[in-house]
Design a protein around this ligand. Structure first.
Ligand SMILES: Cc1cc2nc3c(=O)[nH]c(=O)nc-3n(C[C@H](O)[C@H](O)[C@H](O)COP(=O)(O)O)c2cc1C
Length: 454
């Protein structure tokens, strides 16, 4: 049932309950449903869970100081109030319910709830006597009846106090279902990224520091004559997003650019290669470094390379005539060839050391059925597939909906994301694989034992 919150921004308010640790898992469940997230915390909540955890997971600054401004001068909790599709306060303490019921905007969670016109979902968690107290009952009733909030009653069970009673935070899937339910039929409130709280740049994550990445981007142009070519609709936006994201994370990037219609990052080493043949030469050139070891740590083939090219391109412009028949021949399968060479499978040499991570892209139309076969046939570590006929996905768009295939895991459909977000998620996977590769190849510790018995 994933993807029910795709495109939404959900604000998660966390207050000072022992159940605050469960909010970390709740955040992930909301994200699994495709939501973007931002977290608000009361000062007490930060004693239970560090804001850094939420910041790293949501990739947004945690709003925990009601007086704090964003770097651009906007008021943090107001930006959340104005752009979130829903605010879910989980866990909600007895103290927070009282503050909210009385409109006391002394913390970022209450202030955002007061300032928003979005639906609010509240999941209280506390000691059983606290929840049963007439003050708490009255506060809950006010939130429900006067404010129209959805309050999810806590469950019965063992509590942090050592007692058993009604006060345990409701099951997390029930909270997610309540958020989905309050949003049914409502349009996405503030889809424009600039109106949402800003994302923390991944520059804070130099996890590709010093890694060498080769990225191909754009379409190819297969010449018919000196002025005409067979091309495709690729703009290079996806490949360039990957190159930029990798540079921001500390990688040294070689960008092999075919026909592109987006600006290329100045920080990358750019090799222009407009035909499939030129791209093949550029790739072969980068395959092995000057020291005889692999020339890159990861290769991401995001270019839309032609499958066919004119068999007999001519050196002079073909004149207008009544008809023209072009004979096409298949182009070399670059990804498969580089994969074979890198793995030493074509008999021409030994496998490259250290083994590079190989990532391909597959633009499909209508169905992704052919993708698992391609992944196996080309010996790739990851294959990122998308249906380019789907709205918002494919050539020239700012967004992409992809499914990621790996030999050792089930296919992973990602929600509709900006191409930069796809790039960063993909680089998360690549960085992890490179770390695993390096750990596996670290030489074992040599233990020297000395015989001490006579
Ligand atoms: C270990 C511990 C656990 C607590 N758990 C809860 C709880 O589950 N629910 C609650 O209402 N208060 C709980 N409290 C009390 C709140 O932390 C306290 O009332 C605080 O002022 C709440 O602030 P806030 O509502 O602004 O986050 C707990 C206190 C401690 C020391």
């Amino acid at each position: 049932m994933s993807g029910r919150l795709t495109g939404r921004l959900i604000a998660l308010g966390v207050t000072g309950s022992i159940a605050a640790y469960k909010a970390v898992e709740l955040l992930r469940l909301l994200q699994d449903e495709g939501a973007e997230t931002v977290v608000l915390m009361t000062p007490s909540a930060t004693s239970f869970v560090g804001p850094l955890t939420f910041e790293a997971l949501s990739r947004r600054t945690v709003e925990r100081d009601v007086l704090a401004l964003l770097p651009d001068g906007r008021i943090g909790h107001i930006v959340v109030a104005d752009s979130a599709d829903a605010i879910v306060v989980a866990p909600a303490t007895a103290h927070w319910l009282a503050a909210m019921a009385n409109g006391l905007a002394g913390d970022a969670v209450t202030a955002a709830c007061l300032a928003t016109s979005a639906p609010v979902v509240v999941a209280p968690a506390m000691d059983g006597e606290m929840y049963a107290h007439p003050a708490t009952r009255a506060n809950v009733a006010r939130l429900r009846e006067a404010f129209g909030y959805t309050v999810i009653d806590p469950e019965s069970g063992p509590l942090a106090s050592g007692q058993v009673g009604i006060g345990r935070l409701a099951a997390l899937p029930a909270i997610v279902d309540a958020v989905v339910a309050v949003l049914a039929g409502r349009p996405v409130r503030s889809p424009e990224p600039a109106t949402r709280p800003p994302l923390v740049p991944r520059t804070a994550l130099p996890d590709l520091d010093g890694r060498r990445l080769v990225v191909t981007a754009g379409g190819t142009a297969e010449p018919i004559d000196p002025v005409r070519f067979i091309g495709n609709r690729s703009t290079g936006r996806m490949g360039v997003a990957i190159a930029e994201a990798a540079l921001d994370r500390g990688a040294r990037v070689t960008l092999i650019a075919g026909l592109v219609s987006v600006p290329l990052p100045e920080r990358a080493r750019v090799i222009r290669a407009e035909s499939t043949a030129a791209m093949r030469s550029a790739l072969l050139e980068t395959l092995v470094g000057p020291d005889g070891r692999s020339g890159f740590d990861a290769l991401v083939m995001a270019a839309a390379v032609a499958d066919f090219r004119p068999a007999h391109p001519v050196g002079t412009k073909i004149a207008r005539g009544s008809a023209l028949t072009l004979e096409l021949e298949p182009t070399p399968d670059l990804l498969a060839e580089i994969g074979r060479l890198a793995r030493g499978l074509d008999g021409a040499g030994r496998p490259l050391e250290p083994a590079p991570v190989l990532v391909g892209f597959a633009a499909e139309t209508g169905s992704l059925d052919r993708v698992p076969g391609k992944l196996r046939a080309k010996g790739l570590d990851l294959l990122v597939a998308n249906d380019v006929t789907e709205p918002g996905s494919g050539f020239g768009t700012e967004t992409n909906r992809v499914t990621v295939y790996a030999p050792d895991a089930p296919p992973e459909p990602w929600p509709l994301l900006t191409k930069r977000e796809v790039a960063d998620r993909l680089l998360d996977r690549i960085a992890r694989r490179l770390d695993e590769r390096d750990t596996a190849h670290r030489p074992p510790l040599t233990v020297v034992a000395q015989e001490t018995r006579p």
